[in-house]
Design a protein around this ligand. Sequence first.
Ligand code: MCN
Length: 801
Amino acid sequence: MTATAATTTDSSGHVGRALRRREDPRLITGRARYVDDISLPGTLWCAFVRSPEAHARIVSIDASGAREWPGVQAVFTGQDMSDLAGPLPLAWVPPGITVNNPEHWPLAREAVKHVGDPVAVVLGEDRYAVVDAAEQVQVEYDPLPVITDPEKALEGPPYVHEQFGTNQVHEWSLGGGDLEAAFAEADVVVERRVVNHRTAGAPIEPRGVLADFRAGSLTVWSATQVPHFLRLFFALLLGMSEERVRVIAPEVGGGFGSKLQVYGEEVLAAWASRKLDRPVKWIETRSENMLAAHQGRDQIAQVKMGAKRDGAITALHVRIIADLGAYNMLLTPAIPSLGAFVMSGCYRIPAIRTDIVGVFTNKCPTDAIRGAGRPEATHMIEVTLDQLAAELGMDRLEVRRRNFIPADSFPAETAVGVVYDSGDYHKTLDKLLEHVDLEAFEREREELRARGIHRGIGFSTYTEICGLAPTRVVGPEGFGNQAGFWESAMVRVHNTGTVTAYTGTSPHGQGIETAFAQIVADRLGVDPSMVEVLHGDTGTGPEGRNTYGSRSLAVGGEALARCANKIAEKAKAVVAHNLEASPEDIELIGDRFAVRGSPDKGMTLAEVAGAAYLNKVPAGMEPGLEETTFYDPENFVFPFGAHACVVDVDAETGKVRVVRYVAVDDCGRAINPLLIDGQVHGGIVHAIGQALYERVHYDENGQLVTGTFVDYALPTAGELPSFETDRTETPTPVNSLGAKGVGEAGTIAASAAVTNAVIDALRPLGVSYMNMPLTPMRVWAAIQEARGAAPAGSGAEGGAA
Ligand code: MCN
């Protein structure tokens, strides 16, 4: 699915080379080990009884039928878990504000708040019998009024959680500059309602957990992005000490943010294993995943942008209503805030303000889904910027160029006080236009129009904030987490000179094992095949902070680079000691630590290790060759890029076809271009999916209408063109690798490019604005509305749900 430009960025060393993913052979030959592949003798299987009601009081639960079912060992309800030390965690709250936070238990206790809320669990010997048994559990519900529309929810009752007397979860603002004066200065102000609808994580593998409490210790295998977080919360909630808890994330099967969570099902499995003294396993079905794994986006934004006649943006004000669903989960209320930090996009905007209101509704909770707040922000900015250009009668790219933060002004502080590390936005846009011949496009467009085909092109230029850390910003003194944010690494050189590298990140599809081996190999003078990269097991390497927010490379990779540097430094001292030279004179040349000027005089890593383990080291130095590093960066990193999308719209049916997609991204120094392309591809698909097909939809009774992949339309290769990717490399000064993140870039950029392309195609028909998802029905309705054939509001603005 690709046409890729550069494959190699550096002629020396392994970093920069497009090495194939070492993960893939096991994945594509079925040799990878997922949770479901792990079997322990005596395991009990779980099946959850989930609420069919969106909001109801639990009157009674009669589990007698299930208890009598063959092979059933236990049935538990919420009341049975009263020994849990506390409810499920909300770990990150924007500082200085009040967040209404209802208790959220693994099994609902008195009332259910959304369809799929678990009320009971059946445990038994047989995987399938427990599902049948769960159907025997009789739950009497007393239905309560349901609210699903977040705007109505803010107006008054019914309340999702009666005790707060409101559906508002929280209010939070971030701004800088004199907004009122900046709008007064503007010649033109555009205002649009930008709806970013709810999506699902839809990982390849649903969730799964196997918990084994044995002789006072708990081992849990879980399809999670955050094994270290799970260990902490298992310990806290079960009243155990952390060293007695080990969490392993084997092959995870993708997460896309939806496995950055401490789920009730995980806690329940651990709790039940201890209670019953048996291993406990739960493998989620796809429809359960659609019902009960956290979802994402779901924001309605009123976006107001002011500019001078020459296109200079003076002000941006965004008011977001974020539908957070029925509960706060690990990071729920913090997610919309992440967008606020980059609401300037690539532009110099003197005054800016984001006001966020979080709202409870009777839906599954939202939390981080790939991009988490930043796709929403980019969509708001880039779609509104096109609207502004139309209002000004200016070229869309010209308005962008007019406002780009110039390359020579980095590090650049935005109006909200965020400091962008490095950037060259003109360069990525120039490179994009090398691939997209706009004159040829216009000629083609005219020809197609004559044949009744409406072709459009849309652009999106973006920057994002990633590399989650540093503690000074996201820790207790900053944005309000209880924990520090850094990453760890450990490098062990074995007697034979092979290397084991441990990372505190926990990849689940990104290809980190390949990239991290490249980084370590270069620093130690070995081939990447000699470096084994281990991750996702709290029982092995040091404490870790895991994978999300495109942090693994920029934070975890840098930690590993620094750790390998420590090994290299020790190696130099050992070589100097053994060859009677000065450590300053030892340098790594190819595969040898050699004496400068005498390349024949040197030692390979294997020889260094041999000496180090024989204690042939300088006086006072410890034997062995193993180091640990914790790295807490000074700043985030800010990747950027320019994307273009070409679409054809069939005005008769409203069907949109993506004809071409070109992406030029800059994630600083490219460690492995092949991995970057893979990430960009996946990210773009994610966003095209949202723009055109995917939508989690609840009806007004809170019933999930899109509970399967038949109704929740994930795009397949059949709907997509071959992507064209290229890149520029603007190193970050934040880390020694010069690398920024890329795992979310495509998702962050692409929905605006697609939306702008569709609007561009439809402008001649009188359609000037549309909200996602741009389904045939909605596009058709917008065309009818523009033709005066349908009432206003039938299509273009889109609903809230
Ligand atoms: N990379 C590189 N050079 C760079 C930057 C990154 O070679 N300058 C490579 C890295 O080595 C890594 C990949 O690109 O193999 C992504 O790295 P990074 O941007 O650090 O992102 P993370 O590894 O932290 O991954 C998290 C990110 C997020 S937040 C989501 S959500 C997401 C994503 O990655 N979920 C994914 N990509 C995914 N890919 C798969 N297959 N499955 C998911 O669930």
